[in-house]
Every structure is written in structure tokens, then in C-alpha cells.
Design a protein around this ligand. Structure first.
Ligand SMILES: [Mg+2]
Length: 191
């Protein structure tokens, strides 16, 4: 069996950032969004909050001490803990800094608490992920952000063999990409 080099995004794939951010919005702007609301586009639509208000919610989130440590686990993290198909796997995230430990250290600690022991790479901007996966000569990258997979799909095939896979989530349903999967397990099975 060939050992594949795989990257896996954290928020929206392993960690329930959307739920944590929704709770910040519910607390900061009470009554403005429907109960248990899940966005159907990337970022929050204007029908509920202005861009400025979303920015305010981000500042509230980032001001929380070790905010990334308190995210709930999505099913994908248990699938990851069960095994990675003998592949080499890196967690690749563009998390913002919060109060407390660095985003990198919080992500490493959170994964450890979920019984997942893989290296973490933090990039300052998710638009850098495509260049990173090319430079790392990865075989596959799993992400829930449509733009990231569209950018990976657009890399020149002569320069990379990486396959971008979009994890289907309500907020990326409208995005056109070459490959989608429904679970982390399906991602590992693709290599
Ligand atoms: Mg994500």
C-alpha cells in the first residue's frame, strides 16, 4: 500500500466552529437569528447580520480565553481517532488568534484531548492553503470551505498531484468542485 500525504482542515471538519460562533451571535445580538440556525452560505448572510456585526461577533469570539479549546467535536474527529488508513496526516488550519494560548497550541491541545495525535500547521489566511498543499506535495486535502477546494482544483496538474476534496456541509452546498465527500472516513478511503 502506498502511504499518502494528506491534509485535513479543522473547523467545520473536525471541530464545530459554526456552533460556537452561533452561540456568540445569540449572546451578542439576542433574537436576531432563528434557533439552531446553520448558514447556507460561507460567512453569515446579510439577511440576519451586517458585515460589521459579523466583525463584532469575531472580536467577541477572539477575546475569549482559549476560545478554540472549547469547541465541540464533529463526528469526523472520532473517525480520525479510529485510524488514518496508514497515511501521514497534517491538520491545516487558518484559525485566528484569541486570548490565551496561541491558536496553534490550542489546536494541538484540543486534538490531543480528542485522542488525535497529528501535527498542526497554522496559516494566517485560508487563501494560502492551496500554495501550502502544493509545496508540501500532499496527495489530498479535505476542507469545508468551497473557495479553498476551488483554489486547489485550479492548481496546475504538472506542478501537483494533490486532490482537493470538499466535505459536504450546508454552507458549501452551492459550490462547484471536482470532488466531494460526506465524511472524514470517506476521505481516507479515497487514498
Ligand atoms: Mg474549515
Amino acid at each position: 500500500m502506498t502511504v499518502a500525504r494528506l491534509g485535513i482542515d479543522v473547523d467545520g471538519v473536525l471541530a464545530d466552529f459554526g456552533g460556537a460562533f452561533r452561540r456568540v451571535i445569540e449572546h451578542t445580538f439576542p433574537g436576531r437569528i432563528p434557533a439552531q440556525y446553520i448558514p447556507d452560505t460561507w460567512d453569515w448572510p446579510n439577511k440576519f447580520l451586517t458585515k460589521k456585526e459579523v466583525g463584532t461577533a469575531w472580536r467577541v469570539f477572539n477575546s475569549k480565553w482559549n476560545a478554540w479549546l472549547y469547541l465541540r467535536a464533529l463526528p469526523g474527529v472520532a473517525e480520525l481517532a479510529q485510524g488514518m488508513g496508514g497515511h501521514d496526516v497534517w491538520a491545516i488550519t487558518s484559525r485566528a488568534q484569541t486570548q490565551g494560548m496561541t491558536a496553534q497550541a490550542q489546536t494541538e491541545e484540543w486534538l490531543r484531548q480528542c485522542q488525535v495525535d497529528i501535527p498542526v500547521i497554522t496559516v494566517p489566511d485560508s487563501n494560502q492553503k492551496a500554495a501550502l498543499v502544493q509545496a508540501m506535495e500532499l496527495d489530498g486535502m479535505l476542507d469545508d470551505k468551497g473557495d479553498t477546494i476551488v483554489q486547489i482544483d485550479g492548481l496546475h496538474p504538472a506542478l501537483t498531484r494533490v486532490k482537493g476534496l470538499l466535505l459536504s456541509q450546508p454552507w458549501n452546498a452551492g459550490v462547484k468542485v471536482k470532488r466531494r465527500v460526506a465524511s472524514v472516513k470517506e476521505f481516507f478511503n479515497a487514498f
